[in-house]
Design a protein. Structure first.
Length: 194
């Protein structure tokens, strides 16, 4: 019988609003997010074990990674341990068997290949890069880093839905937060009542 558990893989460019969508799914529907790992420094307000597991060289190797990437000069990865914790949390929720995960498009392709129908891909994007840059600056990112990041090849790549995910993804254009919430409500409800 097909495994009915689902991982909502939320992907897209840095600043497109992926984490905001994942947070909304948690706050409104109790869908837990997989906490991933990185070796970058925490931004102001970010908490270890909540936003990321912030790792050093030694601790990085203590995890068992499903996939890992280099993004903007730093390591990021999702681990079996992180997924297990999210599944455990999901058992306590009103909608067990659904978790979310926020990754770049390289990670999303890996999940689709590995989990097949168990991975439900949501590609989040925006119409206007200048608006996205302002959002990142308002988030507290260093303006120089914002310019560097949004000029990077990783960013440019993640602004486009990869060929491997075409016709297998739900696209959310996150220009207006009210509309994004409505889109998320619609897509999550269709998963709950499948
Ligand atoms: N529709 C929106 N309108 C205005 N601001 C938004 C909207 N969606 C998200 N934001 C804000 O934009 C900033 C970036 O969003 P978020 O952190 O969710 O992006 P992200 O794709 O997860 O970025 P990263 O990959 O860099 O972590 C946040 O401060 C968030 O509150
Ligand atoms: N493939 C993976 N991508 C990940 C993972 N954790 C986060 N990310 C993505 O990295 C960039 C940069 O994140 P930031 O928090 O430094 O802005 C962004 O696209 C994240 O979604 C992961 O485990 N695997």
């Amino acid at each position: 019988m097909e495994n009915e558990n689902r991982v909502i893989v939320i992907t897209g460019a840095s600043g497109a609003g992926k984490t905001s969508v994942a947070r909304y799914l948690w706050e409104k529907y109790g869908v837990p997010r997989v906490i991933t790992h990185t070796d970058r420094e925490p931004r102001e307000g970010e908490i270890d074990g909540v936003d990321y597991y912030f790792e050093n060289l030694d601790s990085w190797h203590q995890n068992h990674f499903i996939e890992q990437v280099n993004y903007s000069g730093h390591k990021y990865g999702s681990s079996y341990e992180g997924l297990e914790r999210a599944w455990a949390k999901s058992k306590q929720s009103n909608h067990p068997g659904i978790i979310s995960l926020v990754v770049d498009t390289v990670g999303a392709i890996t999940y689709k290949k590995t989990l097949k129908n168990q991975a439900v891909i949501w590609f989040v994007t925006v119409s206007d890069v200048a608006g996205l840059q302002n959002r990142l600056i308002e988030r507290g990112d260093n303006p120089i880093h914002v310019v560097e990041r949004t000029s990077s090849a990783d960013f440019e790549r993640d602004m486009h839905l990869p060929t491997e995910l075409k016709n297998q993804s739900t696209v959310i254009i996150n220009d207006d937060w009210q509309l994004t919430q409505k889109a998320a409500d619609h897509f999550i409800t269709s998963l709950f009542y499948k």
